[in-house]
Design a protein around this ligand. Sequence first.
Ligand SMILES: Nc1nc2c(ncn2[C@@H]2O[C@H](COP(=O)(O)OP(=O)(O)OP(=O)(O)O)[C@@H](O)[C@H]2O)c(=O)[nH]1
Ligand SMILES: [Mg+2]
Length: 373
Amino acid sequence: MLGGHFHFMVHSSKFIDEAKVYVKGGDGGNGCSAFRREKFVPRGGPSGGDGGYGGDVIFEGSRHYNTLFHLRMNPEHAAERGRHGEGSNKSGKAGEDRYVKVPVGTIVYDWNTGELLHDFTKDGEQCVIAKGGRGGRGNQHFATPTHQAPTEKEDGVPGVTLTLRLEMKLLADVGLVGFPNAGKSTLISRLSAAKPEIAAYPFTTKEPVLGVVSMDEFGLQTFIMADIPGLIEGASEGHGLGITFLRHVERTRALLHLIDLSDFNEKRPVEAYHIIQNELESFSPKLLTKPQIVVATKHDSVQDPTRLEELKKFCKANDLPLHVISAITGKGLKALKGATWALVKEAMDNPAPAEPNEAKVPVPTDTTSVLNL
Ligand SMILES: Nc1nc2c(ncn2[C@@H]2O[C@H](COP(=O)(O)OP(=O)(O)OP(=O)(O)O)[C@@H](O)[C@H]2O)c(=O)[nH]1
Ligand SMILES: [Mg+2]
């Protein structure tokens, strides 16, 4: 209960994803040593072409990724080498660049020196991480008045080779909001490996907890869910635990608004819905523009069916998607997971314009789950 008996959960570890990645720019092609052979010209001049540039390894920030998982699975990235120069002053073709997508929010460090190479903050932002080498010059460049038939040529310059440490602060894709006891922590514990404390009294959760929800058994498609402390009326004036934790869902792509259907809750569901929406708006009107799913919880313990009927009618009239679940029986969990993923995907494809200087707030959480995805 609030009052005498607080026991704080300790969330000291930061929720950070890391990957070790090897990159190599393409080597430059070698210069060529050749001489013109033309009809009626007995001694043609030097005609060895230059080697082509090696391709660059270019990283690009992308909102389509929310973890570094794909890079941990596939850590080596090399650009193509430049072609060698040829006779008849023909330069070698440049090697193809290699593009590597990283989630927005990724910081790239040199593994060996610790130097920060780039901090990706925007969708589509590109940075050359490992430059390709210049091609070597062919013998056409080495002729001088006294040295008319040079055979010298250069080899291409090797591309830059680096071992990188990628680091990314995980940001929630989906936030759970609702009154205390609505069943937020129970839901995240059913959908992810996160193990938040769950109890039949309000304000059990006192710190945000992140959980990684996998859409397939390999964890290739995942989204990150944030469980935050419950809100109450007047939270924006500091009642309960207040609304400061809402900053953890401010950058999410979607919200799940949980409403307790069980009869132990004295508030009518529609009333509960409005109170929470008001508190969200007081924190930031932007929160109300996020795609939202209304989640009616604890269907297994409904005594009074009119509560659900009211909520259904209200959601229908206001065009709000409604999912009815029970974390105990599992009812509706799979459908809710699928619908949430669909919202996340849609938001990834149509990102809201990023705000300037958006600060990335590290979310303190449970130590569970992501690093052993
Ligand atoms: N019968 C039933 N009880 C549930 C269900 N989901 C959660 N509960 C119970 O509801 C109580 C509150 O659940 P929590 O998950 O801790 O609720 P919360 O929203 O995280 O609460 P706060 O952290 O205090 O904001 C616990 O006693 C849960 O066991 C459900 O589907 N059915
Ligand atoms: Mg909780």
